[in-house]
Design a binder for this molecule. Structure first.
Ligand code: PXL
Length: 272
């Protein structure tokens, strides 16, 4: 009899299913991991306004109740790995940080979703600062994209893989044990390159680029897949390799939608 691993996620709902909480649970399931989770916010795109993000934070006490329920249900002996996705406001970040501190996590994967279109830029700055102060110190793995890596590292810009490596080192120096910085299609070159800094060395994960367009859900899927693999006991570098493979298949077989971007299909790796 197989006893599946379990993983927990705190993230936002994005109703089209292309990003956020929906992607996290689908990805866990694809990798054979039982998912549990708490919603931090709700994003409803506006089709009548260029798909702008309509953003609704969940009240802090409701976030705390959800985390309380999930952690009481799944004890520390069976659930010691979690992912944090979009949180959205300083108040949300406070309550999530406080609630996550109740458990000593073997791995906490933080996808540092910094800004979401539709939010006030001023609010986004507060959110960046709160994420840096309250959530990053709890992370064992952080998965910034080029924009987030630039912000978190304090670098002026990231224009090459060697800049991305430098950003990963600088973020690591702030105390995160493993930094997975994602170049994706943002950097020049034939390959989509992600780099892992583990405090002493850099590892590259590369696949030929599939087009030059960004695909929705790639970042959420990658971080969720890393989380699922860590929950099953994989080493971080192996977890990133499996996640990169799953995302690459998901981009190859992406879904066209009414939204401006195609979306990753998490089921592609299983069925190809
Ligand atoms: O892809 C980042 C992201 C994460 N989480 C939620 C989102 C988005 C982008 O739209 O809506 C809930």
């Amino acid at each position: 009899m197989t006893v599946p691993a379990r993983a927990f996620v705190v993230a936002g709902s994005e109703a089209t299913g292309g990003a956020g909480f929906q992607v996290d649970l689908k990805t866990f399931q694809e990798l054979g991991v039982v998912g549990a989770g708490a919603l931090s916010c709700i994003v409803a795109f506006d089709p009548a306004n260029s798909w702008a993000h309509r953003f609704h934070p969940v009240a802090p006490e409701i976030i705390a109740e959800q985390i309380e329920a999930a952690l009481a249900c799944h004890g520390e002996d069976v659930l010691d790995t979690a992912k944090v996705g979009m949180l959205g406001t300083p108040e949300t970040i406070d309550v999530v940080a406080e609630a996550l501190r109740q458990r000593s996590w073997r791995h906490l994967v933080v996808d540092p979703v910094l800004i979401c279109k539709g939010q006030e830029p001023g609010a986004a700055l507060d959110t960046d600062n709160a994420l840096r102060e309250k959530i990053l110190p709890l992370a064992t793995v952080v998965t910034p994209n080029v924009f987030e890596a630039t912000t978190l590292s304090g670098m002026e810009s990231i224009q090459s893989v060697s800049d991305l490596e430098e950003a990963a080192r600088r973020i690591g120096d702030k105390g995160v044990p493993y930094v997975v910085a994602k170049g994706g299609v943002e950097l020049p070159g034939e390959d989509a390159v992600d780099v892992l800094w583990d405090g002493s060395s850099i590892t590259h994960f590369r696949r030929p680029k599939i087009g030059e367009q960004r695909v929705s859900g790639a970042g959420c899927t990658l971080a969720a897949a890393i989380t699922a693999e860590l929950a099953k006991g994989a080493e971080v570098a192996d977890a990133v390799e499996t996640a990169k493979e799953l995302v690459t298949h998901g981009i190859e077989q992406r879904l066209a939608c009414g939204t401006p971007f195609d979306v990753v299909w998490q089921g592609a790796a299983r069925l190809s």
